[in-house]
Design a protein around this ligand. Structure first.
Ligand code: GLU
Length: 505
């Protein structure tokens, strides 16, 4: 690639960043890194009505958590700033005026009542979902239908004055999309989009392409929902005589089952997060991958494969490997189905591969959140023992609760199947083995098993019972590791307590 790659992630701060937005950011990031280019964060906040307090900070925090650090952004700055469109407001009007002068745009003065009337009139004539376009513009009040004097007077009064693009008649606009190859639209299907609003703010369409041009963006990589706007964008590039960037539209992320794209409601419905970080809005809390205990690296690995494949069967990839393998032509056309079990699988895989040292502070925090405090020696042994049993970080507590609280209940079915009071004497003997032996799991295993063998006692009776005594149920890591970690005193107390409780089951 000869030109210097410059790509941007351009979210609008209208709410939290959906997981699809994170994927867009990731693909932009990977493409930039792959080509030694620049990854830019541009905040598209021109629509003041849809602005949501806290959304921009959320986006920055999410990118930071995922280590998708922009090279240029509102926070970092850069040579092409400002990177927040509201701060670039004064730059856009002249471009809208340039299009008016060139005859590609015009002023419109219609009130919202007039616009509604046009739609109802059209509907009555059988034209459903009528738009402001080549057919209807001649019926409206704009600088194409009014005299130059009338228009001038209305512009001076500055009431309801907006600028609209004038779509040419019956022209085919063709552009190349890296995923979809040639895409064509007929201008007769396109409406005369507003490009400059009455408050002097540009709409998304104008601001987006002016900034892509001024920021020297070489590749636009964004969600498929923007494909239908691209014809307008391409026309504007051509009207200005600017070189258009190369477009790539990413496939939709689909619901886990059924039709349609993954929405924020699906998260609540299916019980999984669709946002990177937790988000609170109007009394509602939307779950976040971070808060549910996902590792950001695992989440990126899960996301990279939602709509792209490396061309081989590699699945677990470091970010460096993703950069090495990434290419836009391997992005798939069809929608990518969201599968939370796959996300969990990646998380589990990452946790299993992590160094114990890295997991210590995470586990410590999970335990602290559950009012458990442990010393460092215990923590290291605990994490080493539990690591392979963890899928999400909170499992550091839930999978090992019995380490911190003696069982309050026992699996009655499993205990009753095996326990009789005649066994008590042998459990007393096991208690003294635990007390006398050295406290290593391996020694405990040998000593207890030898005792059972020598006395011709059944492993399948005593060992599960001993486990139920320690954990309350038959789950958990190696029994003797548990006993070793709980310590002599605690283990013996649990045996005593269980021998009483089992008789009541
Ligand atoms: N502001 C648009 C969004 O919210 C940007 C779309 C684009 O990348 O052009 O996604």
């Amino acid at each position: 690639m000869s030109e210097k790659v410059r790509v941007r992630f351009a979210p609008s701060p209208t709410g939290p960043l959906h997981i699809g937005g994170v994927r867009t950011a990731l693909y932009n990031y990977l493409f930039a890194k792959k080509h030694g280019g620049t990854f830019i964060l541009r905040v598209e906040d021109t629509d003041q009505n849809r602005y949501v307090e806290g959304a921009e900070a959320y986006i920055a925090e999410a990118l930071d958590w995922l280590r998708l650090t922009p090279d240029e952004s509102p926070a970092q700055g850069g040579d092409y700033g400002p990177y927040r469109q509201s701060e670039r407001k004064s730059q856009y009007a002249k471009y809208a005026h340039e299009l008016v002068e060139k005859g590609h745009a015009y002023y419109a003065f219609d009130t919202s009542e007039e616009l509604t009337k046009m739609r109802t009139d059209q509907e009555a004539l059988g034209h459903h979902s009528a738009k402001y376009d080549r057919r209807t513009r001649s019926l409206m009040r704009n600088s194409l239908t009014l005299s130059a004097e009338e228009s001038k007077a209305l512009i001076e009064k500055n009431e309801n004055v907006i600028i609209r693009l004038k779509m040419p008649e019956n022209e085919v606009v063709t552009f190349t999309d890296i995923v979809r190859e040639d895409v064509s639209f007929n201008t007769d299907e396109l409406d005369d989009k507003v490009i400059l609003k009455n408050d002097g703010m540009p709409t998304y369409h104008l601001a987006n392409i002016v900034d892509d041009h001024l920021m020297e963006i070489t590749h636009v990589i964004r969600g498929e929902e923007w494909l239908s706007s691209t014809a307008h964008h391409v026309l504007m590039y051509r009207f200005f005589g600017w070189q258009e960037p190369k477009f790539t539209h990413l496939p939709l992320i689909l619901k886990p089952s059924g039709k349609g794209k993954l929405s924020k409601r699906d998260g609540a419905k299916f019980g999984f997060p669709v946002f990177p970080l937790e988000w609170q809005q109007e009394e509602e809390t939307y779950a976040g991958f971070r808060e549910q205990g996902y590792d950001p690296k695992a989440l990126l690995n899960f996301l990279v494969l939602l709509g792209w494949n490396p061309g081989n069967d590699e699945e677990v990839m470091t970010k460096d490997r993703m950069v090495e393998m990434f290419s836009l032509d391997k992005i798939v056309k069809s929608g990518a189905r969201f599968d939370i079990d796959k996300a969990k699988w990646f998380n589990q895989t990452y946790i299993h591969k992590q160094n114990v040292e890295e997991l210590l502070p995470i586990a410590k925090k999970v335990l602290a959140d559950n009012d458990v405090s442990v010393d460092d020696t215990f923590l290291t042994k605990y994490v080493t023992l539990m690591q392979e049993r963890i899928t999400l970080y909170p499992d550091f507590y839930t999978e090992g609760t019995f380490f911190f609280h003696a069982p309050a209940e026992y699996d009655a079915k499993q205990a009753k199947k095996r326990y009789t009071a005649e066994l008590d004497a042998h459990f007393e003997a096991i208690k003294s083995i635990i007390t006398d032996g050295n406290n290593e799991a391996a020694t405990l295993t040998d000593n207890v098993k030898s005792y059972l063998n020598e006395n011709e006692l059944k492993m399948g009776v005593y060992l599960p019972l001993l486990r139920i005594m320690m954990c309350g149920s038959l789950t958990g890591p190696d029994l003797f590791e548990i006993i070793a970690l709980l310590g002599i005193e605690e283990s013996n107390q649990r045996i005593d307590k269980a021998l009483v409780a089992f008789k009541e089951l």
